[in-house]
Ligand binder design. Structure first.
Ligand code: AMP
Ligand code: ZN
Length: 143
């Protein structure tokens, strides 16, 4: 986690939400802001960010989270039309090991063009003997 994402006081996305750090905004409402990513993976890469400081998916209140996918759908559709694209990735990282650099909940909308390079590679085929145990460990912890 970067220094900037460790707590609400020092969080870069909280600062952006408060207007203390500039951003190029594409959308805002009571629960979310959306702005262009400062280091875009592709042209049109933008972020949908919770207005309040929640670090990860598990921290997000269900009430706010329920609005996140409909908003992603709406803004992705606008980006596809506006940028003349027909493909995008919706990406949401949780935890440093997953590539989360800013510890304030956000989703990426990454418009894609044919053959554009992004390193999403399939992993090796899973060891099928382990899968039932792995699945059970997940199932048993659903709350
Ligand atoms: P993640 O790795 O999922 O935490 O993604 C964090 C994203 O935030 C990266 O794509 C960064 O380029 C982007 N980012 C960091 N600081 C800023 C900023 N000040 N304005 C816009 N995007 C930012
Ligand atoms: Zn924050």
């Amino acid at each position: 986690m970067t220094e900037a994402g460790k707590s609400a006081d020092r969080c870069v996305f909280c600062q952006i939400a408060a207007g203390r750090i500039p951003s190029i905004r594409v959308y805002e409402d009571d629960d979310f802001i959306a702005f262009m990513d400062i280091a875009p993976q592709t042209e049109g890469h933008f972020l949908i960010v919770a207005r309040e400081h929640y670090e990860r998916l598990e921290d997000m209140p269900d009430k706010i989270l329920a609005k996140a996918l409909p908003l992603a759908k709406k803004l992705a559709a606008a980006a596809m039309t506006g940028l003349g694209r027909s493909a995008f990735n919706l990406l949401q990282n949780n935890g440093e090991a997953a590539g989360q650099a800013v510890g304030h909940w956000h989703m990426h909308i990454i418009p894609r063009v044919e053959k554009s390079e992004i390193p999403f590679k399939p992993g090796p085929t899973a060891d099928l003997t382990h899968l039932p145990f792995v699945a059970e460990n997940i199932r048993l912890n659903i709350k």
